[in-house]
Design a protein around this ligand. Sequence first.
Ligand code: ADP
Ligand code: ADP
Length: 227
Amino acid sequence: MAEVSLNGLTKTYGATRALDAVSFTVPDGAFVVLLGPTGAGKTTTLRLIAGLEPADSGSITIAGRNVSRESPAERDVAMVFQQYSLYPHLTVRDNLAFPLKSPILRVPAAEITRKVNEVAEVLRITHKLDNKATQLSGGEMQRVSIGRALVRSPAIYLMDEPLSSLDAKLRSDLRVELKRIQADLGATLLYVTHDQIEAMTMATHVGVLDQGRLVQFGTPREVYENP
Ligand code: ADP
Ligand code: ADP
């Protein structure tokens, strides 16, 4: 658990200013939804926080620590992408265990087993643990993708439209589940979407980006009452 602060974050790609002096704070335990049209800079925001690329200027702090020069692994964040990033030939169990098997982490085998079982329970996929990823439905695959973030118990979760490839019913089921999981874990979560229903139903705070600028930030109520 930790708060994240962005301070004057700026990023350009050639002539495109993807982010223009963006500043906001994701409070500890908050569920912040970033909204905005395509090209607004939402994904770039997550990628910079994850450390997948450097900012041009500005800084990022996590739990009060300036992480701007830290590698993605040092930042203790986990990112969930829109496309399921599973290893198709591995079982669900091995997909979930994968992030913990890095030799750098030295997680004991018994601890990996415990964690995988616990996360499978939370995501209600225990009955699928021995299935190959290719044998799962879209909703199950996305659950496992989220599970691969959960097993690491990161300080911050970064999710980039994790439900947008699913049908409406699954999306609505998983919205409820994600909200429950976040509340149960007390997790700090930054979630990108362009779906206003997702923002309304899940967010403690909403940030609205437009052409690289943060144009609104507040509770869902504040944002929707002052469009
Ligand atoms: P969003 O997630 O809100 O759709 P992005 O953060 O993906 O927006 O993109 C913001 C802007 O930066 C867009 O104009 C996009 O085309 C541009 N952009 C993003 N990544 C790159 C890149 N790797 N190279 C060039 N332009 C990029
Ligand atoms: P390498 O370092 O050789 O790329 P990886 O451990 O990354 O090996 O990948 C092992 C296998 O899993 C490879 O066959 C690769 O194609 C597949 N794989 C890797 N990443 C993904 C992913 N995000 N989604 C699906 N399959 C993947």
